[in-house]
Design a protein around this ligand. Sequence first.
Ligand code: UGA
Length: 437
Amino acid sequence: MKVTIIGTGYVWLTHGTCLAELENDVICVDIDINKIEQLKQWIIPIFEPKLSNLVIKNHRAWRLNFSTDVKSAIDVSDIIFIAVGTPPGPDGHADMQYVKQVAQDIWKYINKYTIIVTKSTVPVGTWDMITNIISAGIRYRWMQIDFDVASNPEFLREWTAVDDFKNSDRVVIWCNDENGKAVQMLKRLYSPLKNTEILVTDMYSAELIKYWANSLLAVQVSFINAISRLCEKLWADVNKVAKWLRLDWRIWHKAFLTAWPGFGGSCFPKDVMEFAQTFEDNWIPNGILQATLDINEQQKYAIFIKIKRLLDWNLEWKTVSILWLAFKSNTDDIRYSPSIVVINELLKKNAKIKCYDPKAMNNFKNMYPDLDYCDDMYIAVTDSDCMVVMTDWDEFKQPDWEKIISLMKRKNVVDARNIYDKSVLINMWFNYIGVWI
Ligand code: UGA
C-alpha cells in the first residue's frame, strides 16, 4: 500500500519505517527541511535503538522515502497518517493547531479516495473536526472526492519503539463504517503482525483509549511514588512493597510500579493534563488525575530536597553532578525530564552544575547552554560535592567506585533510580540516599 506519515517525531518515524519494513511504500513528510535532508543521508535526528538499520535498509530498497512536499505525498497515497505533535496548550488542553494545518493541506491536495488516519494523540471529538475541515474544503474546491477519517492511536514507547511495533499486542482502529473499505484496508495494513489483536471499536472509545492507557500508567507511577515517600517516613522499603504487589495476579502487567524521580517524556505529562481537562469540561471531578500530576511534581522536587539534605541545606557554590539528563534511559528525549526541575532548583540556589548524558547532551545544551557539560561520568563527578543519578542506563550500573572516591570532593550520592546497592556504598563511607531513604 502507499502510505504517507505527516510528522516525523520520535515514535512516528519508527511507525513509518516499520510500515515500510512490512513492504508498504512509505513517505515520511515533515516541514523541517534539515530533518528531511538528514534522513535522506541516513542521519537519524533522534536516538532510537534499532531504528537506524531499518531506515537504511528500507530507504535503500526504495520503500521508505522522506520529503517536505506534502502535495505530492498526498497525491500518491492510499492512506495518510496524521502524526504531528499535540503539545499542551496554556489551559492544559492539547494544542491542535498542527493537526488542523494538516487537515487543511489534505483538503487542498486530495484528488482521489483516501483514508486519513489520526495517529497523533488527540482529544475526543477530533474525528468530527478533521472530517468537517476536509469536507468543507473539498466543497470549497467545487469537487466531490470520497474520503474516510479513521482513528488509530499509537502505543509505542520510545527506546523500545521498533520491538513494540513488531510485537504490538493490540492495534485499535475506528472508522464510521465498521465493515467499510477504510477498516478493511487498515486491517490489511497491519495483518502481517502475527500476535496482534486488531480491535475495531467505536469512534469516541478509540479516541479515549489512548488517554486512558497513558493516564492509568501515570496513575500507577504516581501512586507508587507517593508510597515511596510514605516509605521514607516510615522506614519501609518501597521496592519490597512493589515486589509483593507484583505477585498479585490482578495487578495489571506488573509493570509501572517502580518508584523513580517522577514521569516525564512527551506523552504522560501532556496526556494526563489533557485528560484531566476533559473530565473538568464534562463536570466530572478529575481528582485522581490532578493528584497524579501533583504527586509527579512533588516527586521531582523531592530529589532536590535530598540533594540539599546531603549538602547541609546550603547549595551556594557547591558542585552537583547530574548524571543523565533524558526523561528515561536509552533516549535523547528531554521533554518534561525530571532533571529539568532538579537543575532549575539548583540554579536558583547558585549551585554549580556539571552534567553528563551519553545521548541527550545536545538537546539539553539548546535549553541550558551554560552548564558544564562533561565527556564522561568520571569527569562529571570530579571535584563534585554530590553525584545525582537521574536515569538508569545499564552501562553505568557498575562504575569504578574507587576512582569516583578519588575524584569527588565529598562522598554524597542521591540515587533517584535506585540503581546502586545501598549497602555497598555505605560500606565505602558514602552518604547515600535512594528513592526510599
Ligand atoms: C508512553 C507509553 O508507555 C506508550 O505506550 C505510549 O505510546 C507513549 O507514551 C506515547 O503516548 O507516545 P514513553 O513516554 O515512551 O511511552 O515512556 P514510558 O516507558 O512509558 O515511561 C514514561 C515515564 O514513566 C518515564 O519518565 C519513566 O521513567 C516513568 N516510569 C515508568 C516510572 O517512573 N516508573 C515505572 O515503573 C515506569
